[in-house]
Design a protein around this ligand. Structure first.
Ligand code: UT7
Length: 338
């Protein structure tokens, strides 16, 4: 046995202390999307529930969207930037691979050099990062962790691809996770099915593009029906597992905040869970589209802002997508910036 290593006891609980979001200004209607793809407003509305989505300006990067969302989350939490011990940016659309977006965001916020890293968890990224942050706080490696889910899908989807362009949007959502007496973030139910990983891919890969720079550039390609079937069949079970792990039943929930993938997927999952009809279900997809890793915090904010749920309520979060990966947990909803 070598010298004894000292470790914090790790017995604290963790909760979301504050939530902030950034919705880019530019509203893009279904009609505008259909100028470049063979589709129409009615098809998009009835197949997905989407009417509008937001697109960032071309120069408004993942970092530019993360910073205002994080500033609002810090304000809502009453936490100063220098108190942040770690920043996690969950994204799959930060096209600069180096440096990590999280380090740049941390610097722009005026933090004091916290741990900073990006997490590529596809649409499950925010809930995955939230689980990680909760464990970091409870384990004692950070007192306060800033978790950001952010995507710029407008630059990673092909404007002419009728199987992806209409569904995705841009935005950012952030929460501060900190130590609390009572648990505000329940045990995570998470996993992946890499055997179906080719259902959502970047195509071509960067190496292929480097070999053939005059060929097509990398974009996200999606086998939508395969993802739909997987989510509709499997995600209700994951959601119920998260509720059970928290020692609760669906009757204890005040709100359900699923990944805003497709309004029809949400309906199937809620039905398969036998979620009581009195439990409000997030429906941010109508005006926001599917913002991948940003969708759960954006949907939480929409529910709180519209008064469909309030801070302190017990909500089930569920996110799923590329990988095919997923993560779900029961949480206490955080306050918004007043
Ligand atoms: O967030 C990450 C995870 N992603 C998801 O969860 C997305 C899951 N998938 C979906 O939401 C759906 O699969 C989509 C909305 C992407 C597509 O809906 P779908 O009902 O699965 O459409 P489909 O591909 O099975 O196509 C059905 C019909 C076809 O026509 P026919 O053969 O029935 O005459 C397609 O040609 O709809 C047609 N179609 C379209 N029509 C108008 C396919 N795309 C379009 C389009 N506009 N954009």
């Amino acid at each position: 046995m070598g010298t004894q290593i000292t470790m914090p006891a790790g017995v604290r609980q963790a909760a979301m202390l504050g939530l902030g979001v950034h919705r880019p200004e530019r509203v893009v209607s279904n009609d505008e999307i259909c100028e470049l793809i063979d589709s129409n407003d009615e098809w998009i509305r009835t197949r997905t529930g989407i009417r509008n989505r937001r697109f960032a300006e071309p120069k408004e990067s993942v970092i530019d969207m993360s910073v205002p969302a994080a500033q609002k989350a810090l304000e809502a939490a009453g936490v100063e930037p220098e108190q942040i011990g770690a920043v996690i940016v969950a994204t799959s659309t930060y096209v600069m691979q180096t440096p990590p977006a999280a380090a740049v965001v941390a610097d722009r916020l005026g933090t004091k050099g916290p741990a900073a890293f990006d997490l590529g968890g596809g649409c499950a990224g925010f809930c995955t990062a939230l689980a990680l942050a909760s464990d970091m706080v409870r384990g004692g490696s950070s007192d306060k962790v800033l978790v950001i889910g952010v995507e710029q899908m407008s630059v990673t989807t092909d404007p002419y691809d009728r199987s992806t362009r209409f569904i995705f949007g841009d935005g950012a959502g952030a929460v501060v996770v900190g130590a609390t007496d009572a648990a505000g973030i329940g045990p995570v139910s998470w996993g992946s099915d890499g055997s179906q990983a080719d259902a959502i891919v970047q195509e071509p890969g960067w190496l292929d593009f480097i070999d053939n720079p005059t060929g097509p550039r990398p974009f996200i390609k999606m086998a939508g029906t395969a993802v739909f079937r997987w989510a509709a069949f499997e995600m209700g079970k994951v959601a119920l597992d998260a509720v059970e792990k928290a020692g609760l039943s669906v009757d204890d929930l005040d709100a359900f905040v699923p990944h805003q993938a497709n309004a029809r997927i949400t309906e199937v999952i809620a039905r398969s869970m036998k979620l009581p009809e009195t439990v409000p279900v997030a429906d941010d997809i109508e005006e926001t589209g599917n913002t991948s890793a940003a969708s759960v915090p954006l949907a939480m904010e929409a529910m709180l802002r519209k008064g469909e749920a309030k801070a302190g309520d017990t909500a089930l979060l569920l996110a799923f997508g590329a990988g095919l990966s997923y993560a779900a947990q029961v949480v206490t909803l955080p306050p918004l910036q007043s």
